[in-house]
Design a protein around this ligand. Structure first.
Ligand code: EPS
Length: 391
């Protein structure tokens, strides 16, 4: 239902995006988007580029007088760094950085200069994902869905989120420091770890969690591989530059425990409400939302551009050579959180659109109110014997 495309290079004149499928009647301002773009630019471990850019969006289609029209939404963010690159003579880049798309991109596209691959593979593109995600986030907010995230690991420094912790509080605490970790003492250690990586001319990866609250039960489906929402979410998160893994809940930890310690037991509460005692499933069972918070964890590899260089081969001379360093981030995990939030928002907005249908927010509202819930009264059972057959 919702599709988006981005275009543009890291040091080109601008980045653009088109978002198709947003209903009419959604209040939307550039500030809604700029607020999220600003979050993406803040985080300890950034290189010099973030001092140059101050990302601000121009909405040039699909929104009139502060309201979506139902037409495709067109967005532009200018690259301030472009003026430093325009008409500049470029030293050839022929030694691929291990871990980057330099060598794979050259093999795939036959580039004779590695910068051609770098320019588009760069995480600069995440600016537009965050812009598109901000619109989807605004749409989700109309239905009470809230998406957030925080960092739980940088390098070897790790913190633990406990079952039952208040996600809103974790989010607020994380936004108050420059590594986006909700626990201040651990945040200090993470800050130190990044500082040490800078001294060592090295880089660090990490893990962050992205959650969604207020998601109604019944989004996604068990009937086909590409409709399973857990698969769509993991795919969307791992599509972010430098992400190498994602899990729903604590999937890998759960894999080592017996079922009796993993599955979320179901209770009947007041008024016939059905509740799960825990949320180890991370808000998804059978590829369908349970109505409990969606919890995902994403693993980011360390940035592959390292000040100390890395062993490689100069493709022009055929000789072994260390990679050269221009400028890069030392750790981008804190800044990846808003990008993860954007991708989860995009997938959830798409699922909510397909569940509700409709061309305008007004049309969707009563359909949202009528959704089946986790209530005995919503789930009448036949409770009589029946014959299994196909005719
Ligand atoms: C990136 C390299 C750096 C990062 C960039 C991603 O850019 P530059 O080569 O201009 O120093 O800062 O990220 C951004 C520009 C951004 O907006 O996040 C890379 O090669 O992936």
């Amino acid at each position: 239902m919702i599709r988006f495309l981005t275009a543009g290079e890291s040091h080109g004149p601008m980045l653009t995006a088109i978002l198709e499928g947003m209903p009419a009647g959604l209040p939307l301002s550039a500030d809604d988007i700029n607020e999220q773009l600003a979050r993406r630019q803040v985080g300890y471990g950034s290189g010099g580029r973030m001092h140059i850019e101050k990302d601000g969006v121009r909405i040039v289609g699909g929104v009139m007088n502060g309201m979506t029209t139902g037409g495709p939404i067109a967005l532009i963010v200018e690259n301030r760094d472009f003026k430093n690159w325009q008409e500049r003579d470029i030293t050839p880049m022929t030694t691929p950085r291990p871990g980057h798309a330099d060598l794979t991109g050259a093999v795939k596209y036959g580039y004779r200069e590695l910068r051609l691959g770098l320019e588009r593979s760069s995480a600069r593109e995440t600016t537009m994902r965050v812009a598109v995600g901000a619109i989807c986030r605004r749409f989700l907010a109309e239905f009470g869905v809230r998406v957030g995230g925080y960092v739980v690991q940088i390098g070897a420094v790790e913190t633990r989120i406990n079952d039952g912790d208040d996600f809103e509080a974790l989010y607020t605490a994380a936004e108050s420091n420059d590594v986006r970790c909700p626990h201040p003492a651990i945040a200090d250690q993470m800050h130190q770890a990044i500082r040490q990586a800078k001294i060592d001319k090295d880089t660090l990866g990490g893990v962050f969690e992205i959650f969604a609250l207020g998601v109604p039960p019944g989004l996604g489906s068990h009937v086909h591989w590409d409709r399973r929402l857990d698969a769509r979410i993991v795919g969307a998160l791992v599509s972010i530059q430098a992400m190498k893994g994602a899990e729903i809940g604590r999937a890998f930890e759960n894999a080592g425990l017996p079922g009796s310690q993993v599955h979320d037991m179901i209770d009947k509460g007041a008024n016939g409400d059905l509740t799960r005692r825990t949320n180890r499933a991370g808000g998804l069972e059978g590829g369908i939302t349970t109505g409990d918070p969606i919890i995902t964890r994403v693993a980011m590899k360390p940035i592959s551009t390292m000040l100390r260089g890395a062993d490689s081969v100069n493709l022009a001379t055929g000789e072994p050579e260390s990679t050269t360093y221009e400028r890069s981030d030392f750790c981008a995990v804190p800044r990846a959180v808003p990008v993860g939030e954007a991708m989860l928002s995009i997938v959830l907005a798409d699922e909510l659109m397909s569940k509700l249908g409709g061309d305008s927010i007004d049309e969707m509202r009563p359909r949202f109110e009528a959704l089946r819930g986790n209530r005995l009264s919503d789930l009448p059972m036949d409770n009589s014997e029946w014959r299994f057959g196909y005719v």
